[in-house]
Design a protein around this ligand. Structure first.
Ligand SMILES: Cc1cc2nc3c(=O)[nH]c(=O)nc-3n(C[C@H](O)[C@H](O)[C@H](O)COP(=O)(O)OP(=O)(O)OC[C@H]3O[C@@H](n4cnc5c(N)ncnc54)[C@H](O)[C@@H]3O)c2cc1C
Length: 436
């Protein structure tokens, strides 16, 4: 049985690892160590190494709606509050949207539309005039736009949140090993023919013992727990930015987070850098190795993916033409592919790895919707470590979810076609060669 002074190793100081450290300290655990491969937190390898992430509670599935509602309460506390911006959330589908996008919008809206907390802040929007009433700055045609505004949502500054929570847990006794040598875990240490995980080995060759090891590696999970690669796929989405002037950033201050389900989403500009972040909505891209497991190309930074695919660029330019046409032909800066851990049904994995005698916990499968849960996520890990050692049924470890790796297209909330990173790099090189 775990004691309050048992040694707990958390591998990965991203959104879920930090939340876990926070809730473990709140539950009275006193010997917690985080191992993080980056030189500082926020880590550039984290999916949350970013200006902002959407915080909203509408889901197709009321199970996550309930959890996200709790998380939003957490975002409004003094620790998380400075990083949460309740700008409201505009969700739309254009007149050209495929039925899948409209269906998803309607299903997600139905989980909050009748909720007494949300309903006063929800307004259905039909046509450009309705949308412009909520966001007077939209100057594009908003062709055929239909959707809604939800007041109780917005975004959080994700890099700043990671840094703040790391600083907070450090001041209350959580130790951190950082960097490619001292912080990068290259192997888990087992005893009794792999029965029990008894610690971690870092790249500097040191072995650190632990009573329980918690892996929170995001898209990199299968690098330490290879079996995970049979149910969780490292996948990436594109991120791009437009550099705005001070005047332009002031003009867009306070706009609602806007998600056009068949094109992409954007946020109010970051006040410090004046970067306006955009993400296209799509299936995303995998990097499948010969063993059939997809992992991010993590050994080089910046990785060979400091670009976004042409189709994504076209989607974003179309999004801007519909909303802010004055920005539509601006250069995109800081373009990159950002990696997350994806599951077939978008359910998380929060469980013990089987046959490890409850010594190894795997936190994975965020499926691109895990950041918003940061204020509450660690609570679920504390529950898992408690008496019953039970997780939600849907978050249990799964041995495999089938062999057809190409299930990305069937996820209800994503539109388009997926691709392999190698094909994208090849297409980019061809384009460059053609231009020479
Ligand atoms: C483009 C994009 C947009 C997204 N938008 C949203 C959104 O709007 N709302 C939302 O809720 N979620 C969003 N997400 C998902 C969200 O970012 C993730 O759910 C969240 O970051 C998952 O947290 P994590 O701790 O599991 O992984 P991460 O945050 O990725 O952290 C993993 C950590 O492990 C470290 N690590 C890796 N390997 C090692 C090793 N060997 N040794 C030590 N450390 C290691 C990494 O450096 C990193 O710090 C988005 C994701 C992407 C990619």
């Amino acid at each position: 049985m775990l004691q309050k002074d048992s040694d707990i190793a958390i591998v990965g100081g991203g959104a879920w690892g930090l939340s876990t450290a926070l809730h473990l300290t709140r539950a009275g655990f006193s010997r917690i160590t985080i191992y993080e491969r980056a030189e500082a937190i926020p880590s550039p390898y984290s999916a949350a190494y970013d200006l902002n992430k959407i915080v909203r509670a509408e889901y197709e599935d009321p199970f996550y709606t309930k959890l996200a509602l709790e998380a939003i309460e957490g975002w409004k506390t003094p620790l998380f509050g400075p990083h949460y911006h309740q700008t409201g959330y505009v969700v739309a589908a254009t007149g050209q949207a495929p039925p899948k996008a409209v269906e998803h919008l309607e299903k997600a809206l139905s989980t909050i539309e009748q909720d007494p907390v949300f309903s006063p802040g929800i307004k259905r929007l039909n046509g450009a005039k309705d949308f412009k009433e909520y966001t007077w700055q939209y100057s594009g045609p908003l062709t055929g736009f239909k959707g809604y505004f939800n007041r109780l949502a917005g975004y959080a500054h994700s890099s700043n949140t990671l840094q703040a929570i790391w600083e907070h847990v450090s001041t209350i006794g959580v130790r951190t090993y950082l960097g490619e040598q001292a912080g990068r875990v290259v192997g888990l240490v087992y005893e009794q023919q792999k029965k029990r995980c008894v610690g971690v080995r870092t790249a500097d060759g040191k072995v650190h013992s632990a009573d329980v090891v918690i892996c929170a590696l995001g898209a990199h999970g299968a690098s330490l727990i290879p079996e995970l690669g049979r149910s969780v796929v490292a996948r990436s989405w594109s991120v791009a930015h437009v550099q705005l002037s001070e005047r332009e950033a002031d003009f867009l201050r306070g706009i609602p987070t806007t998600n056009v389900r068949d094109l992409g989403f954007f946020f109010e500009p970051d006040p410090k850098t004046r970067l306006f972040k955009l993400c296209p909505l799509g299936i995303g891209y995998t990097n499948t190795g010969k063993n059939g497991i997809s992992l991010p190309p993590s050994d080089v930074l910046p990785p060979p993916q400091d670009f976004i695919p042409k189709d994504d660029e076209l989607k974003l330019r179309q999004l801007l033409r519909e909303t802010f046409p004055w920005m539509a032909d601006r250069p995109f800066v800081d373009q990159r592919l950002c990696w997350f851990a994806d599951t077939r049904d978008s359910d998380y994995c929060v469980d013990y790895v089987p046959n490890t005698d409850n010594s190894l916990i795997c936190l994975s499968g965020d499926s691109g919707h895990g950041f918003k849960m940061m204020p509450v996520f660690g609570k679920w890990v504390v529950q898992l470590l408690g008496e019953g050692r039970q997780t939600e049924q849907r978050w249990q470890w799964r041995a495999s979810t089938g062999t057809d790796a190409n299930w990305g297209n069937s996820v209800s909330w994503r539109i388009g076609e997926g691709a392999e990173l190698s094909d994208l790099i090849e297409a980019k090189s061809k384009l460059l060669r053609a231009r020479l």
